[in-house]
Design a binder for this molecule. Sequence first.
Ligand code: PLP
Length: 385
Amino acid sequence: MKVPLLDLKAQYESIKNKLNEALLKTAETQFFILGPEVERFEGAICEYLNCKHAIGVSSGTDALLIALMAIDIRAGDEVIVPTYSFFATAGVVSRLNAIPVFCDSDNITFNIDPQKIESLITPKTKAIIPVHLYGQSAEMDVILEIARKNNLKVIEDAAQAIGAQYEDGKFCGTIGDIGCFSFFPSKNLGCFGDGGIVVTNDEKLADKLKILRVHGSEPKYYHKVIGGNFRLDALQAGVLNVKLPYLNGWSAKRRENAELYNRLFIEKGLAEEAGRAVFDVRNSVLLPKAVYKDSGALNYHIYNQYVIRVEKRDELRKFLQSNDIGTEIYYPVPFHRQECYADRKLNLYDYPVADFCADKSLALPVYPELRSEQIQYVVDTIAKF
Ligand SMILES: *Cc1c(COP(=O)(O)O)cnc(C)c1O
């Protein structure tokens, strides 16, 4: 049985006619830059996420970059980021000649460990970028409290978490000052190339983001500030307008798939419960877990990735590959160990949880169109290993 990590063709096949129609519509109108499709999508996102402003941008990376520009991050400013994430989270900070200050992760959720943030704050700290990694909300109430106390802005990297919810039904990306999303094809809501969006409930920030998106000009050719070309294509917005109504269904399927994995791993005796390693860690699988707070507050994990941790990760990956099962390692090298940050002379042993995640994590296929026989086959094959 073949089980690819992701099967974009399966999703395309299921709504092919509508998508092709949207693509052709753009071809017919020849309206490519911003315009009605983009505006319609921005409105739909505001409604979906229950937020006031949405500004379509060129990618998730540019969403983060423009967000940092909007809150005036400058050379020498410090921005606290989790050391275990996709590189863009740190890269955008460095591109503004600001300093990404790395924070260790939480061992169950993979997200930034809020208990370790405060000791990293200095007079130069301006912002925190929590990442809702793999589709699960970071611990936003604690992070917001720290930010309030220290007068810091909070930019949410929600690239993997569109539709994920934190408490009180609040959507990831709408809790801090600005939320950043990516529509890279492998995200839960993917377009036909690169795309992203920033959201905020702050009108002043929204105005600034809109100006920064078009080289800082307002009106055209008059530049108050220096921005860039950060626009979302009409073609991509057309695709996203077709796909958005399906997003909740797709995310629900991912959650079902994750639950089935957990159940089957436990049935096989490879794990006792999600989020807890069994006594014999060498022969067990550490399962991902959606962590609810003591209050029982809602935590709606959308499983952009289903990530297990195992002792012999690299050998297992090869074994699965030889059995036609696709996997990926997110992320093999945390920021504090990246070559581009070697000149920071960081203490490499200050981030033990992130190192553990980087060494042991393996993402299994969890995409919505996956069949239960395929999930069973993946678990059986891992058990065999
Ligand atoms: C995908 C991703 C990004 C970047 O998004 P792009 O659209 O690929 O630029 C940023 N942060 C995280 C956590 C991501 O997963």
